[in-house]
Design a protein around this ligand. Structure first.
Ligand code: ZN
Ligand code: ZN
Length: 190
């Protein structure tokens, strides 16, 4: 399995927080956690209140790592991820299921929360070492706290979602119309 795919768990965890707009916190109890991982069958299972607390704590730490990366402080990104790699070690297991060839699952040990955490952390560590420590981004839209992995070839991604990119375009368009400016079209959707 491509390890960078595990990084999606980190993005999903951070973005489960109340983004400051219409979303509510999507990690407030066991029920909301189950909804968060509904499409990830290997993360289904018993989840306790302390598991949820541990994941909420990890969410804070991962959020700060995305912010530090967006600021370009690469040594701090590596230092904080190294601390998390110690706390949430992977437990690789050779697995064969659904007619797939034998392959490694990286986080089969411990509770559902431990497996989620280990996957999220190894995923970010893989992004940082394969793409760069400045690839973890925070949405440029002022009203959004969403994060993303910038996998673009020219490091040009600025928004966490298409939704935010198009909202930024609309805002820029209105601002241009208000000032009567006729400059080149905005490339805000990058
Ligand atoms: Zn598998
Ligand atoms: Zn956003």
């Amino acid at each position: 399995m491509d390890l960078t795919a595990y990084a999606e768990l980190a993005v999903r965890l951070v973005n489960s927080a109340d983004s400051g707009e219409e979303h509510a916190d999507r990690l407030s109890n066991a029920e909301t956690f189950r909804a968060l991982v509904a499409d990830r069958s290997h993360l289904h299972g018993q989840i306790t209140r302390s598991d949820v607390e541990a994941l909420r704590q990890l969410r804070e730490e991962l959020t700060s790592i995305f912010m530090v990366s967006a600021e370009g402080d690469e040594p701090t990104v590596a230092e904080r991820l190294n601390a998390l790699l110690i706390r949430y070690p992977v437990h690789p297991v050779i697995s064969g299921h659904d007619n797939q060839p034998w392959h490694l699952h990286l986080s089969e040990g411990g509770s559902v929360a431990d497996r989620y955490a280990a996957g999220a952390v190894i995923g970010l560590a893989t992004i940082v070492t394969q793409l760069g420590a400045d690839r973890l981004g925070v949405c440029t839209l002022a009203s959004c706290h969403g994060v993303f992995i910038d996998a673009s070839t020219n490091r040009s991604r600025r928004y966490c979602s298409e939704h935010c990119a198009s909202r930024a375009n609309v805002t820029a368009f209105r601002a241009r119309r208000r000032t009567g400016a006729t400059g080149p079209a905005s490339t805000a959707a990058g």
